[in-house]
Ligand binder design. Structure first.
Ligand code: NAD
Ligand code: ZN
Ligand code: ZN
Length: 370
């Protein structure tokens, strides 16, 4: 007897698409291909063919479950750059062929006070690009994958002059360092800002700070990065954090410090570099609680603040500003098959300064397994 013909798929099912992703299945963090399904295109959705995706240290923290919140399989990636292939019928901002980006958030309540002010990053119902439970109960999968479907509000337009590969890291690294300077008064020409930790976030922090007209000092544990920080990235000074003389000379000189360090490390010495009333803005998210001696904060009226990415209006403003001022990330573009080696190197801070996966040319070549 011939098998019964399969039931016709509903309209929604028909539009659902399978794509290949790179997933970590456990806390080893090892990535391997996974076939995943993207939702059908809603009226407000933009369908994006992903061409590049940056590798943020947050991806590594999450894949290795360092924040104790991983929902495996984790398909990381929130520095997404690509091209629109389809839009829902209500979408007015984008059309097929547009160059676009997606950062760390793919949805929010869109009606709370934060959302109304364009700070979707502070929405208590915000949905992250990966490792988040979506409205329909599924877990979101990020940009280490072939395509993604995103509500248009959470899609950023790439300026014409902004290359997709060097621009992708701005969607997380860029916005994360841009907003603290903007909202803590550190974007006024003439201010002196320290950038603590010269990795993916740190190197774009230097570039944005210079574009704002600031004096920039890199504070790093790696003396080997001095020359390129000064000559290529444009920093004005470089302090090796283990060099007591250099630290002493920089004491009391900075209006603010953007702390991008990814690991737990003593913070007290760095408060000493701030002027009275200076601000340390924490963006790094190490695994364990921080240890801060009260005197380091109280003497000199220092402020310690945190800062979490940015809302969508700020993200668009940031990438437009970056295009105008020639700010892009220094990237090492890799194939999808190199991603595990890249993660090992990232863990050792062996990257100048951001890995970006060439999704468009290399991901489809990998076999996917369920
Ligand atoms: N707040 C946010 O919204 C936000 C956004 C993105 C990333 N992050 C976090 O920011 C941190 C940095 O991310 P990244 O992608 O730039 O990482 P990265 O690995 O590219 O850079 C981290 C830097 O910290 C330095 N570092 C690590 N351990 C150190 C130590 N013990 N002493 C001194 N320096 C040390 C490394 O050398 C490296 O230069 C991560 O913790 C990440 O999760 C936060
Ligand atoms: Zn990130
Ligand atoms: Zn909201």
């Amino acid at each position: 007897m011939a098998p019964a013909a399969p039931a016709p798929a509903s309209a929604g099912e028909k539009q659902q698409r399978k794509t290949v992703g790179l997933a970590a299945r456990d806390a080893s963090g090892r990535l391997s291909p996974l076939t995943l399904t993207r939702r059908s295109t809603g009226d407000d959705d933009v369908v994006i063919k992903i061409l590049y995706c940056g590798i943020c240290h947050s991806d590594l923290h999450c894949m290795k479950n360092e924040w104790k919140n991983a929902i495996y399989p984790v398909v990381p990636g929130h520095e997404i750059a690509g091209v629109v292939t389809e839009v829902g019928k209500n979408v007015a901002k984008f059309k097929a062929g547009d160059k676009v980006g997606v950062g760390c958030i793919v949805n929010s309540c869109q009606s709370c006070e934060s959302c109304s002010q364009g700070f979707e990053n502070h929405c208590s119902a915000g949905i992250f690009t990966y490792n988040s439970v979506d409205r329909d109960g599924t877990v979101t999968y990020g940009g280490y994958s072939g395509m993604v479907v995103v509500h248009e509000r959470f899609v950023v337009r790439f300026p014409e002059a902004m290359p997709l590969d060097k621009g992708a890291p701005l969607l997380c690294a860029g916005i994360t360092v841009y907003t603290p300077m903007k909202y803590h008064g550190l974007d006024a020409p003439g201010k002196h800002v320290g950038v603590l930790g010269l990795g993916g976030l740190g190197h774009v922090a230097v570039k944005f700070a210079k574009a704002f007209g600031l004096t920039v000092t890199v504070i790093s544990s790696s003396p080997g990065k001095k020359q390129e920080a000064l000559e290529r990235l444009g920093a004005d000074a470089f302090v090796v954090s283990s060099n007591a003389e250099e630290m002493k000379a920089a004491t009391g000189t900075m209006d603010g410090i953007i702390n991008t360090v990814s690991a737990n490390t003593p913070m007290a010495p760095f408060f000493g570099l701030l002027k009275p009333n200076g601000k340390m803005i924490l963006v790094g998210l190490p695994e364990n609680p921080l240890e801060i001696p009260p005197f380091a904060l109280v003497v000199g009226n220092k402020t310690l603040a945190g800062s979490n990415i940015g809302g969508l209006p700020d993200t668009q403003e940031m990438i437009d500003f970056a295009a105008k001022h020639g700010v892009t990330a220094d990237v090492e573009v890799i194939g999808a098959d190199y991603v595990n080696a890249a993660m090992e190197r990232l863990a050792k801070a062996d990257v100048r300064y951001r890995f970006v996966i060439d999704i468009g040319n290399t991901l489809q070549a990998m076999d996917a397994t369920e």
